[in-house]
Design a protein around this ligand. Sequence first.
Ligand code: AMP
Ligand code: MG
Length: 318
Amino acid sequence: MKTLLTRDVSEAARVLVGGGRVAFPTETVYGLGARADRAEAVAGIFEAKQRPADNPLIVHVAAPSAVLRVAEALPDHARRYMDAFWPGPLTLVLPARDDVPRIVTAGLDTVGVRMPDHPLALALLKEADVPVAAPSANRSGRPSPTSWEAVRDDLGGRIEAILQGPPARVGLESTVLDCTGAVPVVLRPGGVSLEALRSIVPETCLVTAGDGAAARSPGTRHPHYRPDAIVRWVGPFQAGEPAPSGSPSAGYIGIHPPPEGYARVCRVADQAAYAAELFHFFRQCEAEGLTEVHCERFAPDGIGHALADRIRRAVGVD
Ligand code: AMP
Ligand code: MG
């Protein structure tokens, strides 16, 4: 199959409405979209990504009012989060309407919904005028794509179209927040921090292993975010600390200057910049044939919690 590369939103929307798979930019990472109201279109996403069937997809909408096209009800706290954080990197898990194909929700009676904060994504969703199921546009298990070129590298020839836009601003996926119980629970840390969520609903908590975390958020139990290189934690390399030497077959990403000897170095100003660069850096190291990527440790703050979660999974200590 030839994958259409386009910057034309209307052209991309036509492919989507016709039942095709269209990768598109969002503020978090690039998504791979298909109309959520057609089971066979959604099946194409699982096929292209080789995604395990038990991992539900997030439905993307163009406006808060469109939530009720897929959700049965909107609990009061969900409405408050929407007012505060939409459009933005926050996915709300809500009771699903009966007419949402269960391939979207991986058989669950809940559906994850979000309104992305990106002009091209919103224009595409508005023009298509259908809810769009869209996981990250990478092959399953790999780092999420933060550029259209990364989508092409992973899925070129396997999907109908890529809507080309700028690199993703946040660089990590959305926060997934379960709003179906009495107390809202973060199932996956992401672009909106727990502190920010608690400023709206103070009882918001993080899922813990004891809560059956894997069962409630099936996607988080699969291997994820892994480049074709070994990922390790190193440091932190505070100024003045004696440093071991870097490795000529490894790349380094971190806030502090690393030891001498790394083949490629990505210095970032803070945890937000670290998050924005991480997946791109993984792919760069991989493209250069480096065998390891070393990530500097840090004390997580804000988006740093999501960043640490992704690196932990890439390292493989889940
Ligand atoms: P991705 O879009 O590839 O970042 O993956 C979607 C994430 O959202 C996975 O971790 C899923 O487990 C999670 N998710 C989507 N829908 C639901 C749902 N209905 N219940 C719980 N988690 C969900
Ligand atoms: Mg993903």
